[in-house]
Design a protein around this ligand. Structure first.
Ligand code: NAP
Ligand code: MG
Length: 476
């Protein structure tokens, strides 16, 4: 049984309640985790509040060394963390390993930033010296989703600690395990007890209590737009600082002059990474009319080669979804697409294999002849489903891409550099890649526009969101 992690120790939940974690590949219970509630959140926040002055005084060299040690410990535990993540989420072990490495990279990156980011002196119109201090915000309430548990936890925890904040993290109910391990490793790395606390629990109880707690000064939330809207409303009460990383329905624009061999494969992985449970999934593929039929044919051939299999199998490319309930929700969208009149070209059913019969598996689906107004072209399905839409002109492609309440990611495929830049400017999104599917880099800002979010994570940009600028003037 997994307990809460508060003040550097395992702590039993106030309610005495534990919830079952279901292995999505078998449908069987495989762990039990403490169900934290408002009392546990309060305890964790109080501890984080008590230690914040001491943590802030730790000098930059020592803090850098601690975060670097944590990165090394994560790498030392690569296999066990990746196995835990893969079993918990159903994602292929190969992807889980990449994500654990990404978490280690993230701690190293922010360890390196600690002694390079500070305030400024400013030439004000007065006799004296004006300067700024970059100060920690205080206790940060961090809320993570289930799709990339350890990676997104690191995206939040590393910059928060680097800037001298203390943390209470609420992982997603379904995926609390790697965050709990991370907090233990933080102690082994020398990060003082109470600086990083982890309270698993339901969003409606533990999550809300964290957002509402008066001693929490900043909330960073990654999850759905619906819950993000609610979190922002709750945070407004105390004017808490808020970062929101929310949903997406990103577009991949493929022009007739694109290198099709590359574009087809990358378009597939731009939507099927993590079985499509990815906020950045470019799940609307917009293809210029002259190559539309060929593209659909080639994409279908590529989907047919995918190795769907058990998460821990090294050969697996597509694992299972997070739960049977989520698989059923995705399957409803596949039904809906057919009702709306789109053509289901491939997939959408359960794999025919006894070995996979009990898990939350779904054969990745391709819809062609999709109209931009269809619900399958508007809703974030968050599963292995791609909509392929034809377009006639550059202007039409931009209009279809921007016909979304979201604006998180996107890709453009063309050999024409001027067009690539023109289209890149016109697309309403936070992140874009040109002639590649690879758009998220630790060192570059990441985040959304429109209903995809508020603020940025990653890069040096995020440090602004984990610090306050204090302005000081000394008269001469
Ligand atoms: P979710 O249902 O919104 O949950 C996200 C987190 O919020 C979970 O820890 C959840 O706890 C918690 N929560 C739920 N209700 C809450 C409340 N009333 N107050 C405070 N916290 C609450 O999202 P999800 O299903 O885990 O993740 C999928 C969504 O995340 C997708 O929309 C995806 O696009 C988005 N996402 C965005 C990014 C990005 O960077 N933009 C990255 C990854 C995912 P429970 O687990 O107990 O519900
Ligand atoms: Mg949810």
């Amino acid at each position: 049984m997994e307990n809460l992690w508060i003040g550097g120790d395992r702590v039993a939940p106030a309610s005495g309640q534990y919830t079952a974690l279901i292995d999505p590949a078998t449908g069987q219970e495989w762990a039990r985790v403490a169900a934290g509630n408002a009392a546990d959140i309060d305890q964790a926040v109080q501890v984080a509040h008590q230690v914040k002055a001491d943590w802030r005084r730790v000098n930059s060299r020592d803090r850098t060394q601690m975060l670097n040690r944590l990165a090394l410990l994560i790498r030392d535990h690569l296999d066990s963390l990746a196995t835990l993540e893969s079993r918990n989420t159903g994602k292929p072990i190969r992807e889980a390993r990449e994500e654990v490495n990404l978490a280690a990279d993230c701690f190293e990156y922010y360890a390196g930033a600690i002694n390079k980011v500070g305030g400024q002196t400013i030439p004000v119109a007065a006799a004296g010296t004006s300067f700024t201090w970059r100060e920690p915000v205080g206790v940060c309430g961090l809320i993570a989703p289930w799709n990339f548990p350890i990676a997104i936890t690191a995206w939040k925890v590393a910059p928060a600690l680097a800037m001298g904040n203390t943390v209470v993290l609420k992982p997603a109910s379904q995926t609390p395990l790697t965050a709990l391990r991370l907090a233990e490793l933080a102690i082994a790395a020398g990060i003082p007890a109470g600086v990083l606390n982890v309270v698993p629990g339901s969003g409606s109880e533990a999550g809300e209590a964290l957002v509402k707690h008066p001693l929490v000064r900043k909330v960073s939330f990654t999850g759905s737009t619906t819950i993000g809207t609610h979190v922002m409303q709750l945070a407004a009460e105390d004017i808490k600082r808020v970062t929101l990383e929310l949903g997406g329905k990103s577009a991949n624009l493929i022009f007739a002059d694109a290198d099709l061999d590359k574009a087809v494969l990358k378009a597939m992985w731009s939507v099927l990474g993590n079985a499509g449970q990815d906020c950045c999934a470019r799940s609307r593929v917009l293809v210029e009319r002259p190559i539309y039929a060929e593209f659909v044919e080639r994409l279908t051939a590529a989907f047919q080669t995918l190795k769907i299999g058990q998460p821990l199998d090294e050969a697996t490319e597509i694992g299972c979804l997070i739960s049977a309930q989520h698989r059923d929700r995705v399957a409803e969208y596949i039904q809906l697409g057919q009702t709306e009149g789109a053509t289901l070209v491939w997939g959408g059913g359960r794999p025919v294999s006894d070995e996979l019969a009990t898990g939350a598996y779904l054969v990745p689906a391709i819809f062609a002849d999709v109209h931009p107004e269809m619900r399958i072209a508007q809703a974030e399905i968050f599963g292995p489903v791609v909509c392929v839409l034809p377009f006639e002109t550059e202007a039409a492609a931009i209009a279809i891409a921007n016909n979304s309440v979201y604006g998180l990611s996107g890709s453009i495929w063309t050999q024409d550099i001027s067009r690539a830049l023109r289209v890149a400017r016109a697309i309403e999104t936070g992140v874009l890649s040109i002639n590649t599917g690879h758009s998220v880099h630790l060192e570059a800002p990441f985040g959304g526009v429109k209903r995809s979010g508020l603020g940025r994570e990653l890069g040096l940009a995020v440090l602004e969101h984990y610090s306050e600028l204090k302005s000081v003037f000394i008269a001469e």
